[in-house]
Design a protein around this ligand. Structure first.
Ligand code: AMP
Length: 270
């Protein structure tokens, strides 16, 4: 595995390679990331994983500071997986060139996390454009765990570049909580609670198939979760998986949730 610290090294290392698979991450790798990497290793000639905690996508400085970082462990994992390249850029390496693409979300896009984390997706898309220009991959592997991010990045990147976004299923722990680097920030009690919330919503989604008045049921569920688990919910909504519009039909839909459990913000979809 070659470690690449700057763009000159990267260009040299990738030169002459085709069918490059790219897995962008913010590190603190877990089995969710590993599933993306394994898919890339299977579908690409060479796989490059980036670890870059993107300051631009944090709408809160404290959140950026406390974001888990564990580079030593990450490198061990990547080496064991036989990843070809790991890209560890400094902040200035990524932002030294100007981004000529305008990033402005439509009003229809200002939903879910875009509504509650101002500037977040603009920061994500900006860095994804920069990374795609630097790496120039055939395929970029992204997780359904961050479903809104996946759809937005797909729309922007596939319009501007030849790279294809490959979506990958959400990987969950034994207790059904979606794996996330942020889970490390949860104490045992809250980790268990978050697992219960995930199981609750998996069961709830199945039950919705036989029900009517889904909007009311979701509103009731929101209050129930809030009281039962003492969480602050940003949103709990049923949306169409293609358009992300609010829907009353279970077919082609997902339940989207974002909530705070003791100041740690978790998102998931079912
Ligand atoms: P992050 O390091 O959190 O920015 O995530 C990097 C990539 O891994 C993104 O495409 C995420 O959607 C994906 N990812 C994170 N957690 C999971 C998970 N539990 N299952 C599948 N993909 C995930």
């Amino acid at each position: 595995m070659k470690t690449l610290l700057n763009n000159i090294d990267l260009n040299g290392a990738l030169f002459g390679n085709s069918n490059i698979g790219f897995v962008p991450t913010m590190g603190s790798l877990h089995d969710g990331h590993i599933s993306l990497i394994k898919k890339s290793l299977k579908l690409s000639n060479k796989t490059i994983v980036s670890i870059f905690v993107n300051p631009k996508q944090f709408n809160n400085k404290g959140d950026y500071k406390k974001y888990p970082r564990n580079i030593k462990k990450d490198l061990k994992i990547l080496k064991k997986l036989k990843v070809h390249f790991v890209y560890l850029p400094e902040i200035r390496e990524i932002f030294k060139s100007t981004n000529k693409f305008k990033i402005k979300l439509n009003n229809q896009d200002r939903i879910l996390c875009a509504k509650y984390r101002k500037g977040h997706f603009e920061g994500v898309i900006d860095v994804m454009i920069r990374l795609t220009q630097i790496v120039n991959p055939s395929k970029i592997f992204m997780g359904e765990k961050d479903f809104q991010q996946l759809l937005l990045v797909k729309r922007y990147i596939e319009k501007k570049f030849k790279s294809k976004i490959i979506s990958c299923k959400t990987i969950r722990g034994k207790n059904k909580l979606a794996l996330s680097s942020r889970n490390i920030l949860l104490n045992k009690n809250n980790y268990n609670k978050a697992g219960k919330i995930a199981r609750n919503l998996i069961f709830f989604k199945k039950k919705l198939l036989r029900k009517k008045n889904l909007k009311d049921l979701i509103s009731i569920k929101r209050n129930e979760l809030k009281k039962k688990y003492d969480i602050k919910i940003d949103y709990l909504e049923l949306r169409n998986t293609k358009s992300l519009r609010l829907t009353n039909k279970v077919k082609n839909s997902r339940i989207f949730i974002a909530y705070y459990i003791n100041k740690v913000r978790l998102i998931d979809n079912f």
